[in-house]
Write a protein that binds this ligand. Structure first.
Ligand code: ADP
Ligand code: MG
Length: 698
């Protein structure tokens, strides 16, 4: 039935059966295709064929031998040994296999068959000198048939696969080898000839074979690169297509800069935009004024002033009679943004509202009504804004404060189903300094703007690693100067499992014993929204001098008078969080700020994180190191980003492959090859069809 396809279930393969099929399924292997794409985690060099006389004691080697005589000996109730005297033309040794006997069946049955006197075998293992002669503790062996010299487990570079309980490495290796031998010709070559010909290994089949069973380590590496290239090519195609689709769309809105709202906003700011901000505002305005919907990513380090840039865009939309939506990933962030935005918009006559999942129903109804009638011009909220029940009179601009939490998929969702009618302009903001190539890959469907300078007068935050007592003394001395401070804890409450300090666990100690003379507020994500807002406002208005908190303050809170950030158990935080937290201070021009890292880095990784924090303030550098330490999956949160699961490609390492593949993707689209190349089109749909809205051509 499945005779000659790659979709044949592995359970019908010789030697597999239902039990093993279930075990293989745990590794994600259910078809022959899965089997071929199940890649080794490493390779073991077992090429060194030796002659028996050439092996020194203690050495591990492979030898090709003839079996002289074999026998079994019980060593104890739990251990028996199968021993065969084997020879080549230079000497003799014993090949030994130890096993636990079983009274129900003969554990040595297979060995007896493979080690019949006179037969040829390849044995691999470590050789020791024993009282009775030299002996090899055999790790792998392989019968050598007549003339059939293509070995699997020995005498070559051998693939080592990730295994699971109940699965034998030897079995899996042989299974994959046999799948490759019998069905490799069924694998599609999806890369168009012209491009494939320029690759170190043009054929995917060849690469597949060589990545499993390489002729040399050099070939192995080329094979890996070839397979990775193909993965990146599909990703690049998906991104470019999505980008082109967007570019082909048209919007009806037309914008004119009247200054009606922008002028009072700018005058009320009390500062000039930086050169970088002006540049980015120009880019965004020209997007807004073009006939295509904007689809832009705004990258800027913490504190670089993204919010006012985004607001400028929102005001342009509103000046022209359209609405703007500002989306944050969490309720608390939405709340913070709302506070900040209301502040900035005080001099401007604009109706703003906030909507999140926990907005009470009557209020929600009212806001929905106002949005559909256009009486609310600016809405701040969470993904609750995407609910079907919400409609806008005329939504012109969507601003997404991404901070890692929304991804490609959600953006698509927003574009495709959230809003019908005239497609809104979309601006995504992120403080994650993403290396350029990576940005092209992960955000390849967006145009990128970056704010590469901080507002004037900012001094780099001084970062120190100190003990808690020193940190608290320092907080006291800054507070006496009229400054404010943050103290961040990893947990909300004391936990039995971890000996970590928590916000609520330390509340009494901090307010009664440590800082009795100061007003201190406590904040965490599980508080009701109104209380959180109250506390943040009090901190902003200096009614609270110390804000003790969990990482809820990580993003968004903007209180320039706060000059100290104490991070307790700083070893528990990731680099991105540490950098974001540090970005809460250092916001007042000409004033020194401090980030005090309290904690005890136990692991190498946490030591490195702290070192990095002490040595640089550069968000880009930190981003790159973070990416390296955590790997792209964790760095971006693969699932959230709708990033493909790359089997072989490595977003952090394969920088040049990524850009080559992207170039090739561009060429394919430019030449219209996708229409002609059916296998490529099918592979693309298979990989990305359900995540992205690709054209269903052909
Ligand atoms: P981001 O969101 O990029 O981290 P914000 O938009 O929160 O940064 O801005 C950080 C702080 O800098 C805010 O207090 C903001 O008012 C202020 N700011 C923004 N742009 C300027 C500027 N050009 N000059 C002075 N201060 C600025
Ligand atoms: Mg911000």
């Amino acid at each position: 039935m499945f005779a000659e396809t790659l979709d044949k279930p592995v359970k019908y393969l010789k030697g597999v059966g239902p039990v093993r099929a279930e075990i293989l399924a745990r590794l994600g292997i259910s078809t022959v295709r899965d089997l071929m794409l199940y890649f080794p985690k490493e390779h073991d060099d077992r090429r060194s064929f030796k002659k028996i006389s050439g092996i020194t004691d203690g050495e591990t080697a492979a030898v090709s031998v003839k079996v002289e005589i074999a026998g079994i000996k019980n060593i104890g109730p739990k251990l028996a040994v199968f021993k065969a005297a084997v020879s080549d033309n230079t000497g003799v040794l014993y090949a030994a296999f130890f096993k636990k006997p079983n009274y129900r069946y003969d554990v040595f049955q297979k060995l007896k068959k493979d080690f019949v006197p006179g037969s040829k075998v390849m044995v691999y293992g470590k050789i020791e000198r024993m009282p009775g002669g030299r002996e090899m503790r055999v790790e792998e062996y392989e019968p050598l048939g007549q003339g059939h010299m293509d070995t699997i487990h020995t005498g070559r570079i051998v693939p080592i696969y990730p295994l699971t309980e109940g699965l034998n490495g030897r079995f899996l290796r042989a299974l994959i080898k046999s799948a490759l031998e019998t069905r490799l010709h069924l694998v599609d070559e999806i890369i168009p000839h012209g491009i494939a010909a320029t690759l170190p290994i043009p054929s995917f089949r060849k690469a597949l074979e060589q990545y499993h069973f390489p002729d040399s380590f050099e070939m192995r590496d080329k094979a890996r690169a070839r397979i990775a290239f193909e993965e990146f090519l599909l990703l690049g195609l998906a991104m470019l297509i999505s980008k082109n689709q967007n570019a082909a769309r048209r919007k009806k809105r037309e914008y004119r800069v009247t200054g009606e709202l922008l002028k009072p906003f700018r005058n009320g700011l009390g500062f000039e935009f930086t050169r970088a901000q002006k540049h980015v505002i120009n880019e965004i305005f020209s997007d807004l004024q073009s006939c295509r919907p904007m689809n832009r990513l705004l990258v800027g380090d913490v504190g670089s002033g993204k919010t006012v840039v985004a607001l400028s865009a929102a005001l342009l939309a509103m000046e022209n009679g359209h609405q703007a939506a500002f989306m944050a990933p969490t309720e608390i962030l939405a709340g913070q943004h709302f506070l900040t935005i209301r502040n900035f918009l005080a001099p401007v006559n604009v109706k703003a509202a906030m909507l999140t999942g926990s907005t009470p129903l009557p209020a929600k109804r009212q806001i929905r009504k106002n949005l559909s009638e256009g009486t609310v011009q600016l809405i701040v909220g969470t993904h609750a804004l995407l609910e079907r029940s919400i409609s806008f009179k005329s939504l012109g601009l969507v601003i997404i404060d991404e901070q890692h939490k929304f991804g490609v998929v959600q953006r698509q969702g927003l574009r495709e189903k959230g809003f019908t009618g005239d497609p809104p302009d979309v601006l995504v903001m992120t403080a994650t300094p993403i290396p350029r190539t990576l940005a092209l890959t992960v955000y390849g469907d967006l145009d990128v703007s970056s704010i590469n300078e901080l507002p004037p007068g900012r001094r780099p935050v001084k970062t120190l690693s100190v003990n808690e007592q020193r940190a608290y003394e320092f907080v006291r001395s800054e507070l006496r100067k009229g400054r404010q401070a943050y103290i961040v804890f990893p947990l909300i409450e004391e936990s039995d499992k971890m000996e970590l300090k928590s916000v609520m666990g330390e509340a009494e100690n901090l307010s009664k014993n440590v800082f009795p003379e100061f007003k201190i507020g406590f904040l965490h994500g599980q508080m009701p929204g109104e209380r959180k807002e109250r506390i943040m406002l009090d901190f902003r208005d200096r009614k609270i001098e110390i804000l003790a908190s969990t990482t809820v303050i990580e993003i968004g809170l903007d209180v320039p008078n706060a000059t100290v950030m104490v991070i307790e158990h700083s070893e528990r935080f990731g680099l991105a969080s540490l950098h974001q937290l540090r970005g809460r201070v250092g916001r007042a021009p000409g004033v020194d700020s401090y980030c005090l890292l309290v904690g005890d880095p136990g692991t190498e990784d946490s030591k490195e994180r702290i070192e990095v924090m002490l040595s640089t303030n550069d968000g880009f550098k930190i981003g790159e190191i973070d990416l390296r330490l955590r790997g792209p999956g964790k760095f971006f949160g693969t699932v959230q980003h709708g990033l493909p699961e790359l089997k072989v490609g490595d977003l952090a390492r394969d920088v040049s492959l990524i850009s080559e593949a992207r170039k090739a993707a561009g060429e394919i689209l430019k030449k219209g090859l996708l229409e002609r190349e059916k296998p490529l089109r099918e592979a693309l749909l298979k990989a990305y069809g359900d995540r992205m809205d690709l054209p269903r051509v052909g």
